[in-house]
Design a protein around this ligand. Sequence first.
Ligand SMILES: Cc1cc2nc3c(=O)[nH]c(=O)nc-3n(C[C@H](O)[C@H](O)[C@H](O)COP(=O)(O)OP(=O)(O)OC[C@H]3O[C@@H](n4cnc5c(N)ncnc54)[C@H](O)[C@@H]3O)c2cc1C
Length: 318
Amino acid sequence: MRVIPASFEIMESLDRQSMATRIELCGRLCYKSEDKIVAGSTEPFIKRIVQHGHNSVMEMAALTLKVAYDAESMATQFFGIQPKFLQIDRTDKKELLITGTVRAFRELARDHGNVKIIKAISAFLGKRYPLFYFDLAPKRGWIPQDGVKVEKLSLAEVDGLSADLRAKHRFVAVRFVTNRAVTHEIVRHRPCSFLQESQRYCRYSEEKFGNEVTFIKPLFYQEGSEEYRLWERAMTETEAIYLKLLETSSPQAARTVLPNSCKTEIIVYANLLEWLHIFRLRTTPAAEPSMREVTIPLLQAMKQKFATIFDGVEPETK
Ligand SMILES: Cc1cc2nc3c(=O)[nH]c(=O)nc-3n(C[C@H](O)[C@H](O)[C@H](O)COP(=O)(O)OP(=O)(O)OC[C@H]3O[C@@H](n4cnc5c(N)ncnc54)[C@H](O)[C@@H]3O)c2cc1C
């Protein structure tokens, strides 16, 4: 058995990748199959994910569009369908700023492909990112629409928006390495997208996991104390039972004995406004200490990168 401390990483390097690459990189966290990323692996991975309906993987890339339109009736028709899972702002009289994940835009096209603004968005995205529409486009044949102009904003342009707009339209992914109790709490934040290491698929008896179960060091117990020794014994015994069960059953069956202390990885992808909400709830003394162990230093790291959004937000101390 291995015991490691909790940690986190703001996945800034993802922002420099293509959307397809970032989707593959994030998606493979579930299976811990990052070692299978090779030249040419992205397209079949994404197609498989879509065909299997593992749609949350397609939420791991967000993009921002500027949509200018001629007639107000187009906007009325667009808002009439009550578009979901999008950040939408009116930035000019006949101009919208729309941010959504690949999944959100895919489902918009699938469910409301007859709405003029959505037709124009789908034609624009379908041409630029055919891989994300491989299963939808042939059925629809979206074409650019007269009177609607769609442009994609670069990340630099999103970062250059006013603080209010940036908070809503700038998405940031964070990878946590933490215990299952913390991830159980973090997934309650509904506006986020999540991908988590799967105990159904990962077989910790395999070489790549070191043939052992990894646990997160509990901050509640001092190493060397009687409580820590009890915790350690419980983990050792649990690991032995888990490995024994794996001899005759699947990981999804054997995992039923694994405890909250088990190490897990999770990617949380959200806009800065939701991160602000998370910090306000999850850095206070009322929050679980193992949660604060990662959220307080994460808030400090976010302040370095997004000062205009997080300046003045301080974790309460009492
Ligand atoms: C100290 C603490 C103790 C807790 N204890 C418990 C507990 O004992 N049991 C338990 O079950 N949970 C508990 N929770 C979890 C808590 O109830 C929330 O589920 C969690 O914190 C998510 O936060 P949220 O609902 O504010 O917002 P999020 O899900 O992060 O959503 C962000 C915002 O979106 C909006 N929103 C999203 N979905 C909806 C919706 N369906 N309807 C209306 N508005 C929506 C709201 O404006 C919300 O502020 C606890 C949380 C904390 C911080």
